[in-house]
Design a protein around this ligand. Structure first.
Ligand code: FES
Ligand code: FES
Length: 175
């Protein structure tokens, strides 16, 4: 049994310590954002933020989480609201700009990989608010492995990251 912090809430889980975090999130906590793609840290479908860093939840055992904060796709909007100091009422009506950009650009095709794409985009924009196209490509292709999309939405992803970047930098002036 372990207690882990997921999307701002402490959750008790009964899974054995060597259970991959992805299984805990999907099976114990019934979160549907992270997806099982390869199970080998080779595709990015299962990505979550762990203390703000994108990690592959399919290979991280429950025992490695400790007191680090896990943020899944479901927690992105609350993370953004907290960063911007929005009221609870505003936060309830707010999507993370990455999520909004994905909708506005109609980025997904089948959608299976897009959890990891949005998690990666959120991580990138927290550290590099106005990335160049080269920096966007580098973010999605470096690290443990490239983020893979079998539907080939890569161009749309770059456009969505650019749209989110614009929204986030504009709002940071306005809020
Ligand atoms: S399912 Fe984790 S990287 Fe593919
Ligand atoms: S949208 Fe289908 S795998 Fe990426």
């Amino acid at each position: 049994m372990a207690t882990i912090l997921v999307n701002g809430v402490k959750r008790e889980v009964q899974a054995p310590n060597d259970t991959p975090l992805l299984y805990v999130l999907k099976n114990d906590l019934e979160l549907t954002g992270p997806q099982f793609g390869c199970g080998l840290a080779q595709c990015g479908a299962c990505s979550v933020l762990l203390n703000g860093k994108e990690v592959r939840s399919c290979i991280i055992p429950l025992s490695a989480i400790g007191d680090k904060e896990v943020v899944t796709l479901e927690g992105l909007s609350a993370r953004w609201a907290k960063q911007k100091g929005l009221s609870a009422e505003q936060a309830a009506k707010t999507l993370h700009p990455v999520q909004q950009a994905w909708i506005d650009e109609q980025t997904p095709q089948c959608g299976f990989c897009q959890n990891g794409m949005m998690i990666k985009a959120a991580e990138l924009l927290e550290h590099t608010p106005s990335p160049t196209v080269a920096e966007i490509k580098d973010a999605f292709t470096s690290g443990v492995s490239p983020h893979l999309c079998r539907c080939g939405t890569y161009t749309a992803i770059i456009q969505a990251v650019q749209r989110a970047s614009k929204a986030m930098t504009q709002r940071s002036v306005a809020v």
